[in-house]
Structures are given as structure tokens and as C-alpha cells.
Design a protein around this ligand. Sequence first.
Ligand SMILES: [Zn+2]
Length: 112
Amino acid sequence: MGEKETPRTFNAFDSLSPDMKKRFMHFNKLEIEAKMFRISNNFENFEKARFEFRNDYEKIVAEGFCQYCNLYHVMVLSVIEYLNKIRYDEYETGKCPKCKRENSIRIPSIRI
Ligand SMILES: [Zn+2]
């Protein structure tokens, strides 16, 4: 006992059929990217990345903010990773491409 497992937000995902999993990820990708775009501070880069990854239903384009360099960065994340973390109001993830600090990027939490 004593295991410290992170609770998952959508355990039911694992029991979906492969086809349903794809559609679930695609639906979430489209909805979240559309909302994220509206609050983006970097429309052009965001739109470029969104176009580039338009056919990748496992990836989501998000905009993160580095609290050390005070800069917004467009990032590509796994849809599943994103969905697992949105229970936090804002979550920290990844390495900033500019200052290279780990977990310095804050990603907005968008629920659909
Ligand atoms: Zn930084």
C-alpha cells in the first residue's frame, strides 16, 4: 500500500475503443485549440502551429507563459497530457525554450 498515484481525470478513456479514443482526442483538440486561440497573445505563431498540426489528433497547440522571462511561447503538447492536467487552474509544464528552466511554463487550463 502507500502508493502515491496521481488521480486521473478521465479513467473511462482507457476503456474506449481505439476509434472512440481518436474521436475523443480530436474533439478535445479542436475545442481547446479554438478557445486557446482566442486568449492567445501570439496569434500568428499560434495559427501557424495549429495549421501544421491540424491532422495530428494526439497533439494540441497551446500557448504557455514563462514566469521567468515573461514571454509567451506556443507549444505542442499531447492531448492526453493536457486533459490530465487541466484540473489545476493553471499548470506548470515543460522547459522554456528561451531560459531553459524546467517547469517554468504555465499553460492555461481550458475546459470544454
Ligand atoms: Zn523562460
